[in-house]
Design a binder for this molecule. Structure first.
Ligand code: GTP
Ligand code: MG
Length: 199
């Protein structure tokens, strides 16, 4: 479990991100999917990352230092239609540049709402990650909002959809920021990669 989490800096571009060589993991996904809430859940601090009921809250690249060993990064959401075309384009560039140029990035976590059928924008984003050889895992969010049966049906259907284009499934996690589900699994996964990296 995470013992200590500190906000480091908000950056408008990958070029301004911390120069540190610590391994880094970033949360990405559609606006309002629960990226910032999940970071707060994992860090046991509801005020660490700013959250909102309205989409479009996180607009910069936010670095958090975890246990002085690794960085957790909160990214702006993609695909939020009510922000203007210009801002949407700006955010898309910020996210793409971060994914492609951040050498410290070990893995992305693509968050998807467990209540929804696979969304085109998420599948396209994952395809783009694959084409650019950016490693990623999938994190289902808001598991507290559906029953167990519906949850496993939706996750099963999602896997089937992925297997239509992917040979292998990425690591998959099921989480609830509200209930704390998935904390152990996510942290163990990150810590095991850190251990492999000798960090
Ligand atoms: P942007 O920064 O706008 O891209 O959004 P985000 O992905 O960071 O979402 P955020 O964490 O701000 O959460 C959006 C809304 O979903 C908030 O009202 C949260 O309280 C709610 N939410 C997030 N995770 C969960 C969850 O696991 N369960 C429930 N019930 N609500 C959640
Ligand atoms: Mg956010």
């Amino acid at each position: 479990m995470i013992q200590h989490a500190d906000f480091v800096i908000s950056s408008p571009d990958v070029a301004m991100c911390p120069k540190s060589t610590l391994p880094e993991y970033a949360f990405i996904g559609r606006s309002n999917v629960g990226k910032s809430s999940l970071i707060n859940m994992l860090c046991h601090n509801p005020k660490l990352a700013k959250t909102s009921q309205k989409p479009g809250k996180t607009l910069l690249i936010n670095h958090f230092l975890i246990d002085n060993k690794w960085h957790l990064v909160d990214l702006p959401g993609y695909g939020f239609a009510q922000t203007g075309q210009k801002q949407r384009e700006q955010l898309r560039k910020m996210i793409e540049r971060y994914c492609l140029l951040r050498e410290q990035l070990v893995s992305l976590f693509v968050l998807v709402d467990c209540r929804l059928a696979p969304q085109k924008i998420d599948l396209e984003f994952m395809t783009w990650l694959g084409e650019n050889e950016v490693p990623f895992a999938i994190v289902f969010t808001k598991a507290d909002k559906v029953g167990k049966g519906r949850l496993s049906e939706n996750v099963g259907a999602y896997k089937q959809t992925l297997l239509q284009t992917w040979e292998e499934l990425p690591p998959i996690f099921i989480t609830s920021a509200e209930k704390g589900d998935g904390e152990t699994e996510l942290i163990n996964y990150i810590e095991s990669i850190n251990a492999d990296l000798g960090k």
